[in-house]
Design a protein around this ligand. Structure first.
Ligand code: F6P
Length: 308
């Protein structure tokens, strides 16, 4: 996100615009936590995880009073256009806000979940999935040393992209994602099959939003039905949301931040700037939250084929 903030600030200043930062997202907007930004404010942040503007989940912004206060703060500070950096919640909030209040705005997809329409990748996803790969590789060493079954839960909210791609990259025996419905019998059957052919390492990567209930539920079901096994649960959690961003994320954030300012200047508003097949594409806010890019069918079939 810092690389995107840097790109937005520097592009705006390059075009001789005044630019203000709003701390803590919609909550900070309601509270008037707004300050003018200079080029130096974004120096040395491209390699830093997190966000210098901080973030917050705002209940107040879901209310009429909260949105009214937000609009009044924008008026008070003489703000004439908004650039929204965020994920699903940010763009849903924007849709409600712009139904009531007029303000030119563009957006940048910042979420590790990769759950927005209008972009092949969201900012943060590449870093998060590589963090998951690194962690799963390390866990695999223990699984191999002890002949253990490991259930590893990764983030993604309702989307399975982090699980799917980290699982494939780590050669997981099974991958459970919300987009591919599987029942517990099938999961048990695969472990059983591996046990019978003396393949004792069994890594199951589970998306937190999987239909079976996430890592803990899958772990508990295995323990209950196969008590003779040495099973461990590992929930990777917020480790996936931090750390230095990958090269791919830094460049994507720079391109999309730059594009969002250019779209606002050219009057193409209420759109999120994304990247599809390497090209900048601007998609209306109301469309970006309509779902996720479908998981390619070949990948779903591949999970089974490559598990060996
Ligand atoms: O939407 C990004 C995300 O990291 C999800 O993958 C995860 O479910 C959620 O945020 C965690 O949110 P919080 O930090 O508020 O628990």
């Amino acid at each position: 996100m810092n690389a995107a903030i840097r790109a937005v600030v520097r592009t705006a200043l390059y075009h001789k615009l005044e630019i203000f930062g709003i701390r803590r997202g919609y909550q900070g907007l309601i509270e008037g936590d707004i300050f003018q930004m200079k080029s130096q404010d974004v120096s040395g942040i491209i390699q830093r995880g997190g966000t210098i503007l901080k973030t917050a989940r705002s209940k107040a912004f879901t209310t009429d009073d909260g949105m009214k206060s937000a609009y009044m703060q924008l008026q008070k500070h003489g703000i004439e256009g908004l650039i929204l950096l965020g994920g699903d919640g940010t763009f849903r909030g924007a849709n409600h806000f712009f139904e009531k209040y007029q303000m030119p705005a563009t957006g940048v997809p910042c979420t590790i979940d990769k759950d927005l329409i209008g972009t092949d990748f969201t900012i943060g996803y590449d870093t998060a999935v590589n963090t998951a790969v690194d962690a799963i590789d390390k866990i695999k060493d223990t699984a191999e040393a002890h002949n253990r079954v490991f259930v590893i839960e990764v983030m993604g909210r309702d989307a399975g992209y982090i699980a799917l791609n980290s699982g494939i990259a780590c050669g997981a025996e099974d991958i459970l994602i919300p987009e591919k419905i599987e029942n517990m019998d099938e999961v048990i059957c695969k472990i059983d099959f591996d046990e019978h052919r003396q393949k004792f390492v069994h890594i199951i990567v589970v998306a937190e939003g999987d239909e079976l209930g996430g890592g803990k539920m899958v772990y508990e079901s295995i323990m209950k039905r196969m008590p003779e096994l040495d099973v461990r649960l590992c929930i990777l959690g917020h480790i996936q949301r931090g750390g230095a961003p990958s090269q791919a994320d830094r460049v994507l954030a720079s391109r999309l931040g730059h594009a969002a300012v250019n779209a606002l200047i050219s009057g193409e508003t209420q759109v999120m700037s994304g990247m599809i097949n390497g090209v900048i594409v601007n998609t209306p806010f109301h469309q970006v939250v309509k779902g996720t890019t479908p998981i390619p069918g070949d990948m779903v079939e591949m999970i089974k084929a490559l598990a060996g």
